[in-house]
Write a protein that binds this ligand. Structure first.
Ligand SMILES: *Cc1c(COP(=O)(O)O)cnc(C)c1O
Length: 368
């Protein structure tokens, strides 16, 4: 049997057809950049998130860069990011001229917390930029309190957590300004690049609407020197369709995760993802297990036709691109351990029970 890590065969009956129809309809409208479909999606996603402004942009990285710019983050500022985060988030901090400062994650949720962020705060820290990693919400109350006490802003990277709740409220609405990505494999994925900035602050929203479209205030009048980072209409049309069943797709992921959890408990040295009871929610963008035999397991599963991935094999502080920060092996022991032991198992909404049973069977046969 072949089990892919992810496939677009992830749709409930009829969804693929609705997406194809939406694309064709959009194409025939003859308005491919900005326009009514983008506005409609922005409004729908804003409503889904419980209010606030959504501004579609070119991709998740741009959404992060723009979010940081709205707060005036730049040279001389520090931004706290997860040491085990995705490179895009760190690059965004670097791009605006600020210094990324890494915080270790919590050993159970793999998210940064007030306890791990506290020790790396300095008088220069302007923003705390958590990622709701793998789809699990961070402990936002404690992070918000920490930010308030130190005059810092919170900016959420919720690229992996569209639809995740914290205390019953969607993540991506807690920070002053927040960023997400619609990269095709995300839970709310487009059929190309896309992203969004989300804020409850009308002045910030107004600034972003100009900035992402060359700074345009009225047709051919430019209030500021902006950039070009726009969500295109084809993506917006697809995203409206996907958004209409996002909760359904996330529920399927949760069911698959709990099935893995039950079937894999106590096998070998496997450490399964932990989603503590409480305000946190987990929508399993990724189902990440840990084992000391990661390399061997990955090769074994590959031979059995099961595709797995590693998120992420080399942490940012050890990347060639971040040598200038002066970190070394050993500086973030937990992050480094996660990088060498983590393995993401196949999990996508269209995964069949027999595919999942096959993965479980092979995992059981690998561990004596
Ligand atoms: C995917 C992702 C991004 C970047 O999104 P792009 O749209 O690919 O630029 C940023 N942060 C996190 C946590 C992501 O998972």
């Amino acid at each position: 049997m072949h089990v892919p890590f992810f496939t677009f065969r992830d749709f409930p009956v009829g969804l693929q057809q609705r997406i194809e129809e939406a694309l064709l309809t959009e194409l025939r409208k003859n308005q491919l950049i900005l326009g009514p479909s983008v506005t409609a999606f922005e409004e729908e996603f804003g409503q889904y998130l419980g209010g606030g402004d959504v501004i579609g942009v070119g991709n998740g990285y741009d959404a992060l860069v723009i979010s940081l710019r709205t707060l005036g983050v730049g040279s001389g500022d520090e931004v706290v990011v997860p040491a085990n985060g995705y490179i895009a988030t760190i690059n965004a901090v670097q791009q605006v001229g600020a210094k990324p400062v890494f915080a270790e994650p919590d050993g159970h949720t793999y998210n940064i917390t007030a306890e791990t962020v506290g020790p790396v705060i300095t008088p220069r820290t302007k923003v705390v930029l958590p990622i709701h990693l793998y789809g699990q919400s961070c402990e936002l109350d404690a992070l918000l309190t920490l930010c308030r006490n130190h005059g810092m802003e919170l900016v959420e990277d919720f690229a992996q957590a569209q639809g995740t709740l914290y205390g019953g409220k969607p993540v991506g609405t807690f920070g002053k300004v927040n960023a997400t990505s619609f990269y095709p494999t995300k839970n709310l994925g487009a059929v190309g690049d896309g992203g969004a900035v989300v804020t409850q602050d009308a002045a910030i929203a107004h600034w972003v609407r100009q900035y992402h479209n060359y700074g345009q205030s009225r047709r051919y009048e430019y209030a500021q020197v902006g950039i070009n980072s726009r969500l295109d209409s084809l993506q917006a049309a697809v995203l409206s369709v996907k958004l209409s069943c996002l909760n359904e797709l996330n529920a399927v992921r949760k069911r698959l995760a709990s099935q893995y959890h039950e079937a894999l408990a106590g096998i070998g040295d496997l450490i399964l993802p932990v989603a503590p009871a409480g305000p946190n929610d987990h929508i399993y963008h990724l189902y990440v297990v840990r084992t000391n035999r990661r390399e061997a397991l990955q090769v074994f599963l590959q031979k059995k036709g099961i595709q797995t991935l590693v998120h992420y094999p080399v942490p940012p502080h050890l990347q060639p691109s971040y040598q200038h920060l002066g970190y070394r092996q050993g500086d973030f022991p937990l992050t480094e351990e996660l990088a060498s032991t983590s393995l993401s198992l196949p999990l996508f909404p269209g995964m069949t029970d027999s595919e999942q049973e096959y993965v479980v069977e092979q995992l059981k046969s690998f561990f004596p």
